[in-house]
Design a protein around this ligand. Structure first.
Ligand SMILES: [Zn+2]
Length: 500
């Protein structure tokens, strides 16, 4: 059975023209819009209430303002004539116009976001008060739009926080136009942290065209302002895989490579580890047998996000390494059967390492979604899949409903395995001396073919980096290189995969 025959061809990742997006999606960019148009970037702000929408209809602001390039903000604090512009009462919100559209922000939210020196320590950037310190009746006394579109709000001293305003003086908060625009749409908030990056689901053909082979010097050199590193992080983010070449064959190279992204994750294998075949090995990875597609350290509650595998020597015959996109396989099931998809999201699978003085164990569902995603169809965040380290299932078999649940999961697993084991899904490479594979451990499954131990020497060194360090790095570099043209535009050729 060819799994993908069951999925409409238009939904599979292929070249543009044959590969539309899975879901209606915004433009494939994770930056704030710079080009305003009435169709794409001026969608009604999500924070607008029905009341404010009615007010908007009577607004005197012209709709042409929506096309303005510069964020156009007006406070409408004085809209109620009875208040004569003095203060807002009987409301919890302050309404601003962003690009001509009314956008209401909760007063507690605005006061909480004050970044003045009384509220956020200028040196540590740490907040100096608690959200719970803000009185529920906090309200602005006045608000003013500045020339650059920023808004300055002066808070009513009677309602302001005693903590940051002990003498009950007028406390002033300044909000940049960029800040207010960002919080006018959920999509903008997510993209600000680079958490909404392009993702391309790939198979052999796609990865064959797109794979990034980066020279070690370009990756490591500080001379190029970390452009090489940024390219690498984008490839990791989009495809979950890239390779380095011309890596020095020294044992410390893998540490040097990983440290460019973040601190090494130390486990009971050490902060770095060797992959060399050994007789009577404690771990299947240290033998010369076939090692099926899997995620590493699945028996941890939080398996590492990035894995590095550096080949220092490879003169054996066989032992090819291959990779498959777990997100693509899961997506195919998502598009095919809601019951199987639900099973992947919920059925508890046990993983363990109970050997050699260690007893690690953790239960994961096969697919974890990004719960913070703003879309109806949330993107996939992690795949949990490691047949060699599965423990017996802990769903109670005595439950009369057990077989129904378990067999549904079994069918989902059959389909998932069939999909990832299809040779058309694989990107296969022989890791020769000087090559290093870097991949998203929780997305891209990796495997190794059997090799002949007696035919030569095989020595790989590996390490891991955690997700938080990787995300921090890509945010910092993303901010530095924003708009400088280093984004991998070709990624869009295969469709921006929303909701995956
Ligand atoms: Zn403040």
């Amino acid at each position: 059975m060819n799994l993908f025959r069951q999925v409409p061809k238009s939904l599979l990742p292929r070249r543009l023209g044959r590969a539309p997006r899975f879901y209606p999606s915004p433009p494939p960019t994770f930056l704030l819009p710079t080009r305003q148009s009435s169709t794409s970037t001026s969608d009604p702000p999500t924070l607008t209430s029905p009341t404010t929408a009615t007010t908007a209809a009577t607004s005197t602001y012209k709709t042409t303002e929506r096309r303005s390039k510069k964020p156009h903000l007006h406070t409408v604090i004085a809209r109620d004539p009875k208040l004569n512009g003095a203060r807002l009462t009987n409301t919890k919100r302050t309404e601003l116009l962003l690009n001509g559209m009314p956008c209401a922000f909760d007063n507690i939210f605005l006061r909480d976001a004050c970044s003045c020196a009384y509220c956020v320590d200028p040196s540590t950037q740490q907040k100096l008060f608690q959200t719970s310190d803000i009185p529920a009746d906090i309200r602005p006394l006045s608000a003013m739009t500045l020339e650059d579109g920023a808004v300055r709000i002066t808070w009513d001293p009677e309602t302001d926080l005693p903590v940051t305003n002990p003498r009950r003086e007028n406390h002033t908060s300044l909000y940049s136009a960029e800040f207010l625009l960002r919080y006018s749409k959920q999509r903008h908030i997510v993209r600000y942290r680079f958490n909404d990056r392009k993702m391309v689901l790939w198979d052999r053909e796609v990865m064959g065209n797109d794979i990034l082979w980066l020279d070690y010097e370009e990756y490591i050199s500080p001379l190029n302002d970390e452009v090489g590193l940024y390219k690498a992080l984008q490839a990791l983010s989009t495809y979950g895989l890239f390779f380095l070449k011309n890596v020095p064959s020294t044992p410390s190279s893998v540490e040097t490579i990983a440290s460019r992204i973040g601190p090494l994750k130390s486990t009971f294998y050490g902060s770095t580890w060797n992959l060399r075949s050994q007789p009577s090995s404690k771990n299947i990875a240290y033998t010369s047998l076939n090692l099926p597609l899997h995620v590493d350290l699945q028996y941890f509650s939080m398996p590492p996000a990035i894995q590095f595998l550096h080949s220092l020597k490879n003169t054996t015959s066989g032992g090819h390494t291959y990779f498959a996109d777990g997100f693509r396989a899961a997506t195919a099931i998502r598009m095919t059967s809601s019951s199987l998809w639900h099973s992947l999201l919920t059925y508890p699978v046990s993983f363990h390492y109970d050997n050699d003085g260690h007893h690690y164990h953790h239960i994961h569902p096969t697919v974890v979604l990004d719960e913070n995603d703003y879309r109806e169809h949330k993107r996939i965040k992690y795949i949990n899949y490691s047949p060699p380290f599965q423990a017996p299932f802990e769903d109670w078999p005595g439950d009369p409903q057990f077989s129904g649940r378990f067999r549904l999961f079994h069918r989902a697993m059959e389909m998932f395995a069939h999909s990832i084991e299809d040779p058309e899904a694989h990107f296969e490479v022989r890791l020769e001396e000087g090559m290093c594979a870097v991949f998203a451990n929780r997305r891209v499954l990796h495997a190794r073919r059997e090799f002949d131990q007696d035919s030569g020497e095989r020595w790989f060194r590996g390490t891991y980096v955690d997700e938080d360090a990787f995300l921090s790095r890509i945010r910092v570099l993303g901010r530095r290189f924003k708009g400088k043209g280093y984004e991998r535009e070709e990624a869009g050729d295969y469709g921006y995969v929303e909701g995956v």
